[in-house]
Design a protein around this ligand. Structure first.
Ligand code: ADP
Ligand code: MG
Length: 543
């Protein structure tokens, strides 16, 4: 072969590979799952490409995965007739982590100690690079679906560099040959490979052959009834289809006949991937019609804030030939998304009531999404609001309550739901604002995040009760039982005038009021003015 070039792996990839090669991670068989999932992705992309492109290289090739073991040579080969890769794509996809499942792993590495590295592989996975846990050398023969593509072979031992050369194999797709390490030769035994495949191969939407024999029956577990699916199958399905390594926190599997025929299987993850500096997640609840995938990442199906939800929505009411473009503005798809979103919110509310502690742990990781939901998802605002959780003047530090709990213990004469936005419990409790509320026996919600201000502003009320900031001008607490000597009216006016003179342009007005019990004064926000928290947020956001 004439044309050969050597490339350095991107620095992050080198670091990931170094750990993958040297760590004593015990669950090495997952590399098969990763490579099969890549093959399935490539085939799925091919299927969708064929719907729109007229010119496809090797158009006649079947969309299948072929796995072969060779005990004599000590190799395992995983081949697909998927989209393949061009030279540029090889460099981009297998030389950097820009497009790789190991992104979260690399991000988490930055914060983790040395001793945790192996367990991180188990938590996040390393995608394609997991092959190097078992390989002395990996070769990827590939040809892109594009007519101008060329047969190439990518080769690496995982040590710093890889090479790309011309190949003689002019077949569309990718064929990955793993030269197994001495201590990983189990993976060229057919029975061993078969047992690994057994765990998830039925979720792959394409035929898989192991040494020429079919191993999977394509199975849509979301169309089955709940008692036909085991916990293990649910978990394997989630991990395989969502490319996830965690165990889902919640699972909702339901069938409905009205207003639309729906078979849905949804998972809420345990790990919030956006928290690892990965940027915004793509929506990943696949849209199916009678088992046929219409769009793996439909943007207009569920509300955007639900992008952390994983799973499948299948509806036989969708026209099978609906294209992804027309799907975007299909009223039917919107309706479908609405029904499922409602159902999911109802489910979560019930779960939160049945096991408050579990929900709190989940909420602690995903609260950002729910807050975004309240601010952006007008249709579901009230249902999402039920799921919000806050500390309050009546909770212990670290303990949270929902707005429904709050309302259920409101005092008879209490007019509003009160809250204070401040960075910490300590700031609030050492400040002057809550004392009057406490003396009336009114609970005050403690909101610690600056986006909470947006949340309460979008919500405005809950269960018919207005939400009011403790430092708002609108708060009316009626009469407080003040002890001690009061100033008379003239004295009060003199004090106010004097203070106003001293504070000059710093305040709009100085007035006497009825909101304090033991502190002498407090600042409140005039009507129509930005709150201090808002102003601070604007300052932070300024470039
Ligand atoms: P992920 O699958 O999460 O994107 P991986 O590390 O598993 O991350 O794979 C990196 C990228 O390499 C994929 O996004 C894909 O573009 C490319 N790739 C891997 N395997 C194949 C394959 N069999 N066919 C085509 N492209 C592939
Ligand atoms: Mg992958």
């Amino acid at each position: 072969t004439g044309n050969s070039s050597t490339h350095e792996f991107q620095a992050e990839v080198k670091q990931v590979l170094d750990i993958v090669i040297h760590s004593l991670y015990t669950d090495r068989e997952i590399f098969i799952r990763e490579l099969v999932s890549n093959a399935a992705d490539a085939l799925e992309k091919m299927r969708l490409t064929q719907l729109t492109e007229k010119e496809v290289y090797g158009a006649e090739l079947p969309l299948e995965i072929h796995i072969t073991t060779d005990e004599a040579a000590g190799t395992l080969t995983i081949a697909d007739h998927g989209i393949g890769m061009t030279r540029t794509e090889l460099v981009e996809n297998l030389g950097t982590i820009a497009h790789s499942g190991s992104k979260a792993f690399a991000a988490a590495l930055k914060n983790a100690g040395k001793s945790n590295e192996a367990s991180l592989i188990g938590q996040f996975g390393v995608g394609f690079y997991s092959a190097f846990m078992v390989a002395d050398e990996v070769r990827v023969h590939t040809h892109s679906w594009r007519m101008e593509g060329e047969p190439l072979v990518w080769t690496s031992t995982g040590a710093g560099t890889y090479s790309i050369e011309d190949s003689a194999e002019e077949v569309r797709g990718s064929r990955i040959v793993i030269k197994l390490k001495e201590d990983a030769l189990e993976f060229c035994r057919p029975d061993r490979v078969k047992s690994v495949l057994g765990k998830y191969s039925n979720f792959v939407g394409f035929p898989i052959q192991l040494n020429g024999e079919r191993v999977n029956t394509v199975e849509a577990i979301w169309l089955k009834s709940k008692d036909e699916v085991t916990e293990e199958q649910y978990k394997a399905f989630y991990q395989f289809t969502a490319h996830a390594f965690d165990e889902p926190s919640y699972r909702l599997h339901f069938q409905a006949d009205a207003p639309l025929v729906i078979n849905a299987l949804l998972f809420l993850p345990d790990q919030n991937m956006e928290a690892f500096g990965m940027g915004q997640m793509e929506p990943a609840v696949g849209l199916y019609c009678k088992k046929v995938l219409i769009d793996p990442h439909p943007k207009k199906l569920l509300p955007e804030w639900m992008r952390f939800v994983r799973g499948v929505i299948d509806s036989e009411d969708l026209p099978l030939n609906i294209s992804r473009e027309s799907m975007q503005d299909s009223a039917l798809v919107r309706k479908l998304g609405e029904v499922v979103a409602k159902r999911l919110l109802k489910f979560l509310d019930k779960e939160a009531q049945d096991d408050a502690k579990k929900f709190q742990e989940f909420y602690a990781k995903f609260s950002r999404f729910f807050k975004e939901g309240v601010a952006t998802d007008y249709l579901n605002r009230d249902a999402i609001a039920k799921l919000l959780r806050f500390e309050s003047s009546l909770t212990e530090k670290g303990e949270v309550i929902g707005l429904a709990d709050y309302v259920s213990r409101m005092k008879e004469d209490q007019k509003a739901i009160y809250y204070q936005v401040a960075p910490s419990r300590n700031t609030i409790e050492s400040g002057p604002y809550v004392e009057a509320f406490k003396s009336k026996g009114y609970e005050v919600l403690y909101l610690y995040e600056s986006i909470d201000e947006y949340v309460v502003n979008s919500l405005r009320e809950f269960d018919g009760k207005p939400l009011q900031a403790v430092n708002s001008n609108e708060v009316d607490l009626g009469d407080l039982a003040n002890e001690g000597e009061a100033l008379n009216e003239a004295e009060t006016q003199m004090l106010c005038d004097w203070l106003k003179g001293r504070l000059a342009s710093g305040v709009e007005d100085v007035r006497s009021g009825k909101r304090l019990v033991s502190s002498p004064a407090l600042a409140i926000t005039p009507d129509g003015e930005m709150t201090p928290q808002m102003r601070q947020m604007m300052r932070v956001m300024k470039p």
